[in-house]
Structure formats: C-alpha cells, structure tokens
Design a binder for this molecule. Structure first.
Ligand code: 5AD
Ligand code: SF4
Length: 437
C-alpha cells in the first residue's frame, strides 16, 4: 500500500494566523515542500502546518486549541505529521511539543528554508525542532517560486525583524533583528510574479520603511515601478520615525505607488508613547501626516492603536481619541493591550480589564464612524479598480480601489487582472459598488 502511494503527491494543509508576512511565509513553505499538493481539508492531509502568531495572548492560545482539534486526525491517518511554524514556534520552541505531544515539527520564521530536511526527519520517525536565527539567508536557500498562475495581488517580503523594541511588542524577539533582502532579488521576484499574472505587489516588512537592501525603500519602489506589467505598488508596515523625505516624495512622483499608508501610532498620549518606547510624539506624528498630505492630499491613512497600555489614564485615552479625530482614518485597527511575557511593559502596573474593554469599544465606535463617512464620500467618485475575482452576484467582479476599498463592479466587462476606471454608485458597510466608465 505505502509502495503504490510513493508517487502520488502527499497532501499539505496550512493554516495561517496573524499578519500578511505569515501569509507570504505560508506560500513559500508550501512551495518548498516538494511532493506535496495543498488541500483545504485537514482530514485529508498528510502534513498539517499551523503558521502561528504570538503578537497577543489570544492569538497564541488559539494555536493550542487548534492542535487539540487536529490531534484525533492522527488516529484516522497514521501518516499524518503535525508541524507548528511562525512566531509561537519561535517563542515557545520545544515547550509546544511538551504541551501537545501530537506535534512532530516546530520551525521558526527564520529557519523554514530547512523545512524539507525537517520533513524527511519526521517521516523517518524523529521529531524536528529548529528555531535558529541562522547566518544564511532563508530566501537565498528557498526553492525558486513555482511558475503556477497567481492571483493579481501578491505580497512580497522585503524586510524582516525589528530593532525598535516597543515596550509591548514581541516582534523583536520572535522575528529577530532588522534584515533587508537585496534589492536586485526583490526586483527579480517581482518580475517572476508579474510573469505569473500578478499586477499589484505589497512590499512587506515589520518596519518596511527602514528597508536598506542596497537602496532605500523609495528607491526600491521607483525601481519596481519600472517593471513592465506591474501596475500597482503598496508597502506595509511603516514606523513614523523611518518616513523619510524621499519616501514622502515618492508618493507624489511615482504613479504606481498607491495612495494608501499604514502608519501605526499606537497612542495619542505623549506620556504613554514615552512609556511605550515609541520615540515620537503625537504632535510629530500629526506633523508627518500633514507633510504627506501636502504632496498627496488624497492619501488614505491607516493606523494601529493599543488601548489599556499599563498606566493609561482616562486623560491619556482621551488624547488618543483626539488624535484619531485629527487624522481621520480610512482604516484603523485597535487592540486591547495584551501582556507579553519577556517584554518590558509586562512588568508595569496593568489597567483594569473592564476599563480597557470600555475604552476599546469607544475607540472602535469612533473609528467605525470615520471609516463609514470616508466610504460614503466615495459615492459618485471615479476610482480605478484592480479586478481580483468574480463577485457573488452574476455579472459582478470584485477588486480593490487604489485606496484599498473592496469594490464590486456590476455588469463588468473587465477580466481578472485588469485595472479599470469605475464610478462608485453605492457604499455598503465593508465594500463599495461601482460601474465601469
Ligand atoms: N498587545 C496588544 N496589541 C499589540 N500589538 C503589538 N503588540 C501588542 C500587545 N502586546 C499591536 C500593535 C501593532 C499591531 C500589529 O499589533 O498595534 O501595531
Ligand atoms: Fe513591534 Fe514596535 Fe517593532 Fe512595530 S516597531 S514590530 S510595534 S517593536
């Protein structure tokens, strides 16, 4: 039985948690595992990989409940191997196997180029653990990306890790120090993606605007703008202190760079920003946005906020609401502070949980109001849409505007991968409707 099976591809189920970089890493892991095809049914899989997130406690705990659900599948399929990748793997290492013995393999985000050897090891009946930060660059050792056709919008990691050490954040520990990929390799990967049907790339990095792979991020964006067939460029996530003049200028001089900027500030209170080790103030953040809006008045701003950071008072929180009012965000993501073991803020006096919940609700209500108003202001406007897939209703196509709004095009003639001008006809809660013009 096992002999006849050797030529049939084994099945891989990957579940991705957390940020866009994990989405990118999952794609690369799947491509590196030769002899596997992907399945979306864990019960059919010969290998289950959970690519995990450690940013907040809830995200990390989800992994253990999912592992508990996956474990009985091993009784149905004795060939099934279970692996944990990503930031929980990095942070907890061998502890994962102790807590859940059904786990065969644990691989951190900087060593997953070694996954094929690790897979062979677990097939040979030995467990495999690798949470190194190896000297070698994983991207240089990963198998080239496959030639299979891709969806029109893709992620492309250009920078990883963080040297900022915000007092609440695990990223500098799980993803390590800031490292940038060489620009020529990034451009080559973008060309490959374009050959496979990609029209838009989002350059990813935990601190993407600190990119220094032989050129700055602004220079990299301009180099990518010269790639024929690549129509749109985005980048995320940026730190306010790394937003240099040239990157701001690129928003004015590079048409392919989309008018959207994710620029987390975390809090509007200088007292809290200082305790967060953010090394900027609310005022400097607002001034920065003013400068960006001078060259690109329509830029759609996006942000991240943490409420209930240790020692946050009602007055501090009010300052956050004031900042949100002042910026007017198209998108904003707000989180209740989550204590992360090993980070400096974990040692500080915590805010009452009910108080933090209440603040989160107030902030989210304000953000939702802003988002709705901006979305409604799009009605009647002419935008451009990259068509990504067929919509739910007949004749409808679904894509993204330059501002990242999801747009349904009614009676569409446009095909997947086209960038088409549209007029917005209606604003719904999470998307816009449009007709081609
Ligand atoms: N608790 C809550 N939110 C956090 N973030 C990072 N660390 C924590 C934490 N300990 C949020 C920040 C960051 C986003 C990715 O996650 O807002 O920008
Ligand atoms: Fe975390 Fe701060 Fe680095 Fe962002 S800049 S990854 S929030 S430490």
């Amino acid at each position: 039985m096992s002999e006849t099976k050797t030529d049939t591809p084994k099945k891989l189920f990957i579940k991705t948690y957390g940020c866009q970089m994990n989405v990118y890493d999952s794609e690369r892991m799947a491509e590196s595992l030769e002899g596997y095809v992907q399945t979306d049914r864990p019960e059919d899989a010969d290998m289950i990989l959970l690519n995990t997130c450690h940013i907040r406690e809830k995200a990390a705990e989800k992994v253990y409940s999912e592992l508990g659900r996956m474990k009985p599948l091993k009784e149905l399929n004795p060939n099934l191997k279970i692996g944990v990748a990503g930031c929980v793997a990095q942070a907890e290492g061998a502890e994962i196997m102790r807590r859940q013995p059904a786990v065969d393999l644990v691989v951190g985000p900087q060593s997953y180029h070694r996954l094929p050897q690790m897979e062979a090891q677990v097939r040979a009946g030995r467990s495999a653990l690798d949470t190194d930060f190896p000297e070698e660059d994983k991207f240089a050792h990963l198998k080239g990306r496959s030639k299979a056709r891709r969806a029109p919008a893709a992620f492309l990691t250009v920078q990883e890790g963080c040297d900022k050490f915000c007092a609440f954040c695990v990223v500098p520990y799980t993803r390590g120090a800031e490292v940038s990929r060489p620009a020529d390799r990034v451009v080559r990967e973008a060309r490959d993606l374009v050959e496979r049907g990609v029209r838009e790339v989002t350059l990813l990095g935990q601190n993407v605007n600190a990119y220094h792979g032989g050129m700055t991020l602004a220079e990299l964006i301009r180099a990518l703008a010269k790639v024929d067939g690549l129509e749109r460029i985005r980048y995320t996530t940026s730190h306010p202190n790394d937003m240099d003049d040239d990157l701001i200028a690129a928003h004015a001089d590079t048409d392919k760079l989309m008018p959207y900027l994710h620029l987390p500030v975390q809090s509007g209170s200088d007292r809290i920003l200082k305790r967060m080790n953010r090394s900027h103030t609310a005022e400097s953040y607002l001034r920065l946005i003013e400068r960006i809006r001078e060259v690109r008045p329509d830029i759609m701003m996006s942000g991240d906020f943490i409420v209930g950071f240790p020692e946050e008072t009602e007055a501090d929180f009010q300052a956050t609401l004031d900042l949100v009012e002042a910026v007017n965000y198209g998108y904003a993501y707000s989180f209740k502070y989550s204590t992360r073991p090993g980070t400096p803020a974990a040692e500080r006096p915590q805010v009452d949980a009910a108080e933090a919940d209440e603040r989160l609700q107030r902030l989210q209500a304000l953000i939702t109001r802003q988002q709705r108003a901006i979305q409604e202001s799009m009605v009647g406007r002419d935008l451009s849409v990259l068509v990504e897939k067929a919509g739910r209703n007949a004749g409808q196509m679904l894509g993204k505007s330059e501002y990242l709004h999801a747009v349904h095009i009614d009676n569409a003639k446009a095909q997947i991968g086209d960038v088409v001008p549209v007029r917005i006809t209606r604003a719904m809660t999470n998307s816009l409707t449009a007709v081609e013009i």
